[in-house]
Design a protein around this ligand. Structure first.
Ligand SMILES: CC(=O)N[C@H]1[C@@H](OP(=O)(O)OP(=O)(O)OC[C@H]2O[C@@H](n3ccc(=O)[nH]c3=O)[C@H](O)[C@@H]2O)O[C@H](CO)[C@@H](O)[C@@H]1O
Ligand SMILES: C=C(OP(=O)(O)O)C(=O)O
Length: 430
């Protein structure tokens, strides 16, 4: 098991390049098997989740060629197996996209029940409701979600809850249904729009992505395309908040500033300077941070995937802040770990009440999930002394070269794999 070991206290300064969006990539790589022609996808983040998904796509017969670290060519015409299940795919959430993709193209799919970060109950009832409305028989048996259809027929679907996964999954299947589908109360996240743009570039007919009503006219066939994935809103936000927590000055490059508005607005409120350029955002934290209130909401609200990082920043802001988690009921598990670093946070139901402290102190902590893991790294970067973050496996699900990008900004951080290496690092930096 690998760890990050961090000597905190250095302000992060400089420029960082953001990669392609993990949560867009996972859907787009799945959708790429919906044509028999060859699809080339650029700006694919080279992270654990995308690699697990690509291996699963290969296992069912698709040809997958990695042209370079971030470019993948996929040909789905060789798929003969519709059963997607291995120990790795069971652990990722986005395996559910292969249900929509295979059901749309082949009218059948058997995919391991999705895993993903343990941040609360994560049902897929809305996905199943959508597939059933399109005419599929869907059940869960033997650990698999199984969906079959003679044919899919366009329909009108109202999502009881705003769900990114269900919106994208239904959109994929409906792209190859007969007739018109309307999804109401659809998710509006940037990656929903990116997946719609990708499918349209393959010949799908999707309108309205980015609003809460998406209209899809099914087509018989999809075709080859070349597509570049949008920048990762959450990776970008993580570096913006790392700048704030370390009192740094970081320019986050290759981003779409509009996607970061909810994060920029909170940074301005707590006293940071935020400068927007065409495809970059600069965050300068030269004054003491002030308290604020944050509530996670579907886009364009404050993203739940930025909640732990924001809590870490508010933990060293003056006064009392609150963070309300309205999407997932169990996303404060990291607070106990942060308390070991000196944070003063009380969680009541879905609200964290945060009394700001002057500075965190280094400690040995566990990453309980992907974003909480990144948040603990941020805490370590701002802390006095040495922090060791265990279980960085989770962080590597969604951040490419996290330690290297932070090092380039002046952080003292190393990836290590045993106690000796931790001691060596500690001696080196003290
Ligand atoms: C791989 C991926 O892209 N993961 C993202 C996706 O997860 P995911 O697709 O799982 O999240 P959803 O948007 O679907 O979940 C939103 C809410 O709806 C509920 N729900 C969802 C589906 C369903 O069938 N029934 C149901 O009740 C969930 O429990 C949750 O409370 O969007 C989340 C919300 O932005 C992000 O935190 C995750 O990073
Ligand atoms: C929760 C996340 O991922 P997943 O849905 O794949 O668990 C995330 O990206 O923050």
């Amino acid at each position: 098991m690998e760890q990050y070991v961090i000597k905190g206290g250095n302000p992060l300064v400089g420029e960082v390049e953001i990669g392609g969006a993990k949560n867009a990539a996972l859907a787009i790589l799945s959708a790429a098997v919906m044509t028999d022609e060859t699809v080339t996808i650029e700006n694919v983040p080279n992270v654990r989740d995308t690699n697990v998904l690509l291996n699963a796509i290969e296992e069912i017969g698709a040809r997958v060629e990695r042209l370079d670290a971030h470019t993948v060519r996929i040909n789905g015409s060789f798929i003969r197996d519709f059963n997607v299940d291995n120990e790795f795919i069971r652990k990722i959430r986005a395996s559910y996209y292969l249900i929509g993709a295979l059901l749309g193209k082949y009218k059948r799919a058997e995919v391991a029940l999705p895993g993903g970060c343990n941040i609360g109950g994560r049902p897929i009832d809305l996905h199943m409701k959508g597939f059933r409305a399109l005419g599929a028989d869907v059940d869960i048996k033997y650990g698999l979600v199984r969906a079959y259809a003679e044919k899919l027929t366009g329909t009108h679907i109202y999502l009881d809850k705003v769900s990114v996964g269900a919106t994208i999954n239904i959109m994929m299947a409906a792209s190859m249904a007969e007739g018109k589908t309307i999804i109401e109360n659809a998710a509006k996240e940037p990656h929903v729009v990116d997946v719609a743009n990708f499918l349209n570039s393959m010949g799908a007919n999707i309108r309205g992505a980015g609003t809460d009503v998406i209209r899809i006219v099914g087509v018989e066939k999809l075709h080859a395309t070349e597509y570049s994935i949008i920048p990762d809103q959450i990776e970008a936000g993580t570096f913006m908040l790392a700048a704030a927590a370390t009192k740094g000055d970081v320019t986050v490059k290759n981003v779409i500033p509009k996607h970061l508005e909810a994060i920029s607005a909170k940074l301005l409120e707590i006293g940071c300077e935020v400068e927007e350029f065409d495809d970059a955002v600069r965050v300068v934290a030269s004054k003491p941070l002030r308290h604020t209130q944050v509530t996670t909401l579907p886009y364009p609200g404050f993203p739940t995937d930025m909640q732990p990082q924001m809590t870490v920043v508010l933990g060293v802001a003056q006064g009392t802040s609150t963070v309300t988690e309205s999407i997932f009921e169990n996303r404060f598990k990291y607070v106990d770990e942060l308390t070991r670093m000196g944070a003063s946070i009380k969680v009541e139901s879905n609200i964290a009440i945060i009394s700001g402290v002057d500075q965190y102190t280094g400690a040995r902590v566990n990453a309980p999930d992907l974003r909480a893991g990144a948040a603990l790294v941020i805490a370590g970067l701002g802390a006095e002394g040495i922090t060791v973050v265990d279980d960085i496996y989770y962080i590597e699900r969604g951040y490419e070269a996290f330690d290297q990008k932070l090092s380039l900004l002046g952080a003292l951080i190393e990836k290590v794999s045993d106690e000796k290496e931790i001691q060596k690092f500690t001696l080196k930096v003290s």
